[in-house]
Write a protein that binds this ligand. Structure first.
Ligand SMILES: C[S@@+](CC[C@H](N)C(=O)[O-])C[C@H]1O[C@@H](n2cnc3c(N)ncnc32)[C@H](O)[C@@H]1O
Length: 448
């Protein structure tokens, strides 16, 4: 029997258990895949199952509820995960034969007990038989929308209030979709020759209108196998994130602070924009993440960066770091703008947690702004669209800090003018229908 277990499903179930215990899916999956030597096909299926089940968790649970013969009985969490994984295959993946999904689920459940195997078999058979009634469309009801698209109801209600039904539905669908892998060409290493070689040979496509941005066209495989990656010609960086560093207008010879730097995506971009010819300080609270940043920057051929471990909210830092012409505050946030990459974040964030993030962001912003030279600029950014973490933080800062003024972005300075709003904030949320972007926000302030 044991030989019939497919390694992809085994890995997926292990990872899903770790996610349940609080780990990020991305980290748990990457560690699990590093530990096992799976075929490319099994790696892909394990990845598909983990992300699929996390993205659609509440909808899968609602199918389970509709198909359980005796509702109300407590369900073993591992058995629930086996059911979710099988139902994801049945309802979302056309390429997997239904009997394979059911047989594997029953086998896993039978490892626990015969009773569990019988239960899983009964629920799945019922789901197959009553497919339509087990998974009805959501209509416009906020509660049904929340369950169907597996988002917390408070968030769905907020978006309905702020954006209306059509945009909210688009946001929910977008959040549950797969993001394509986007790369930035590292101009410190890549020459025009390497560029054409890389794009010809690696199934990469330039993204029109976005300088140095490339999209990976193949759907699987390790990024390290892309030609030019290990040599440092390419950086993994989502398109929306690639638009942030240029907003700071860094110039050679300036003293520049990246106040929440790890893992260094924007630090390396800042260095590339000044041809590695400025004095950049990369500050982060985590020594371990800063070590990873240093390794990343070394691969990319960046030499102009000094690393400092410290808390950007600590007033002591103001005394230690000196002053700067440019400061980037890419603050820690709820991650609600990057749910395509971190789907579990939607279940963990609460309205109270947003207020907590806003408090930390405000402390970091006002503390770091104190390091700006007169006439210097600071960009505050987050990968979250919530008002608390974006406009709320910036407006509170401007009200409390008469020595600073908002320096609005102008439409001409971004690749898509629609991304600058009426107040001059940069916002990629809701995602424009023509370009599926992560949800970033940025504001720029200047010291008078
Ligand atoms: C959104 S991530 C930064 C991403 C990074 N700028 C990039 O583009 O790769 C936020 C970072 O802030 C760091 N962080 C959290 N709290 C901090 C604090 N109080 N002071 C400094 N860094 C902090 C985290 O360790 C994390 O690396």
């Amino acid at each position: 029997m044991a030989s019939l277990f497919t390694p992809s499903r085994k890995v997926a179930l292990q990872v899903l258990q770790e996610v349940r215990e609080g780990r990020f899916a991305e980290d748990a999956l990457s560690d699990a895949l590093d530990r096992q030597s799976l075929s490319a096909k099994d790696r892909n299926l394990a990845t598909e199952l983990v992300y699929g089940v996390v993205r659609w968790r509440d909808r899968l649970d609602s199918i389970i509820r509709r198909c359980v013969i005796r509702p109300g009985t407590r369900m073993d969490p591992d058995v629930r995960e086996i059911l979710r994984t099988a139902l994801y295959q049945i309802f979302f993946l056309q390429r997997i034969p239904e009997h394979a999904a059911v047989d594997q689920a029953v086998m896993y459940a039978s490892q626990r007990s015969k009773k569990h195997a019988g239960f899983v078999n009964a629920v799945l058979r019922r789901a197959l038989r009553d497919r339509e009634t087990a998974d009805p469309p959501p209509e416009k009801d906020p509660r049904r929308l929340a369950v169907y698209y597996s988002h917390p109801e408070w968030l769905v209600r907020r978006w309905l209030h702020r954006f209306g039904y059509r945009k909210t539905k688009h946001i929910l669908q977008h959040n549950n979709s797969k993001a394509s892998l986007e790369l930035r060409l590292n101009t410190l290493k890549a020459t025009p020759d390497t560029v054409s070689q890389i794009t010809e040979e690696s199934e990469l496509q330039a993204i029109p209108g976005f300088p140095n941005a490339l999209r990976v066209m193949r759907s699987s495989g390790k990024v390290e196998t892309i030609k030019g990656f290990l040599e440092g010609s390419l950086v993994v960086q989502a398109l929306a994130s690639q638009m942030i560093a240029p907003l700071l207008k860094p110039q050679p010879d300036m003293r520049i602070l990246d106040a929440c730097a790890a893992p260094g995506g924007k630090t390396s971009h800042l260095a590339a924009l000044v041809q590695d010819n400025a004095r950049i300080v990369a500050l982060d609270i985590s020594q371990q993440r800063l070590n990873e940043t240093a390794a990343n920057l070394q691969r990319l051929g960046v030499h102009s960066v000094e690393f400092v471990v410290g808390d950007a909210a600590d007033p002591q830092m103001v005394k230690e770091l000196g002053t700067f012409d440019r400061i980037l505050v890419d603050a820690p946030c709820s991650n609600l703008g990057v749910l395509r990459h971190n789907p579990e974040a939607k279940y963990r964030v609460t309205p109270e947690a947003l207020m907590q993030f806003a408090r930390i962001q405000s402390r970091i912003l006002s503390n770091m702004a104190g390091l700006l030279n007169p006439g210097g600029m600071l960009v505050y950014s987050v990968c979250s669209p919530t008002e608390e973490e974006t406009v709320g933080v910036v407006d509170a800062f401007l009200t409390a800090s008469p020595g600073f003024s908002l320096l609005p972005f102008i439409r001409e300075e971004v690749p898509m003018p629609v991304l600058v709003d009426a107040r001059g904030f940069f916002a990629t949320f809701p995602p424009p229908p023509e370009m599926p972007l992560d949800g970033f926000f940025a504001a720029r302030v200047a010291r008078k």
